[in-house]
Design a protein around this ligand. Sequence first.
Ligand SMILES: *Cc1c(COP(=O)(O)O)cnc(C)c1O
Length: 401
Amino acid sequence: MSDFEQRLRSELEELKRQGLYRELREIESPQSTRIQFAGESLLNFSSNDYLGLANHPAVKAGAREALEQYGAGAGASRLICGSLAIFHKLEATIANFKQAEAALTFSTGYAAALGTIGALAGAGDILVLDRLAHACLVDAARLSGATLRVFRHNDLHDLERILKWSRRTSGKEGSKRVLVVTESVFSMDGDRAPLREIVELKEKYGAWLMLDEAHATGVHGPQGRGLAAEAGLADTIEVQMGTLGKALGAAGGYICGSRVLIELLINRARSVIFSTAPVPAAAGAALAALALVPTNLGDALRSTLRERVSQAAVISQPRGQSEARGDPLSAILPIMIGDERQAISLSAALRRAGFFIPAIRYPTVGRGRARLRLTVTAAHSEADIRVLSDSWRAIRQEITP
Ligand SMILES: *Cc1c(COP(=O)(O)O)cnc(C)c1O
């Protein structure tokens, strides 16, 4: 074996030893509540397709129509070969949905984070991130060259301590920028940020706020507009981010805010400037989803989702705790396990019983903080959740009697 192969092999062996090895699991069906995996049908409780739109007839039709009208590929970056009308229509629709002045789309949410944080902050500026902020926000912060400070998860005192420090240092050296970055619903814990207090703090210390609503868009707030809209804070948040790939069932990321923000991003966001525009079909799917999400049909899906979430909440409760912990805060219901290898063996036991629920481990979450990430969607039936609940009780009994 060559040195190259040998080194990579030993790195993989080490991951296996620590229970951190990952592999792609090929499924033969579309993304849905039932997936076909190695010839078997499994009930899927792992996706972020919270409203069941990824395989919805209207959303698929939107993709097909865009493909027919605008072709398979976009040809180049939007700044090079012309920007297809469907992207402009999508951006106007997102801006209208989020009640913002303007929006810009990216090929993914990940690319939106990279392009935007890099455009707004650089060497000498300060980025203040929640400890549990998504990897794309962390990567973007590192890549930007700005000074990175992390506050304890949802801890307002810690955030204020850092903002005080930021004001002192930025005051000394003139016009440094301070950008706070957090999420409204956290992707692996399913809890929410104290938005009102965070907005108060960033105003008090003259910082800006970027809010990632990846897991709230389409799901929470009036007509699915997100938690900033629900709290009436959207106008006070400088940079609002989201993805088209979760509840909206398509693919792509977006930023919305003021017209001048969007104008700056068109000039500075490297993930837009130096990357081929997404396929028109993705924009068509997102447009179809956005036509549905704010309607009565969207409200009905959100109401079904809330019912399924309440029904499933008991599954994620620690053992011995039968009292409900109050209404769950999102459709993400992590079952905390701790040990990485135990999480894997529970995930495997669930798969043998007919359920697909991934074990989430480091570096997605902290070491020793492994969990089963259970997500429910509006497309699940009451019976789906009931059979999971029954099987889970038996599996847990068996493994940790
Ligand atoms: C999934 C996710 C992203 C990335 O969005 P993609 O469209 O999947 O690239 C960004 N932020 C959070 C919080 C996410 O969960």
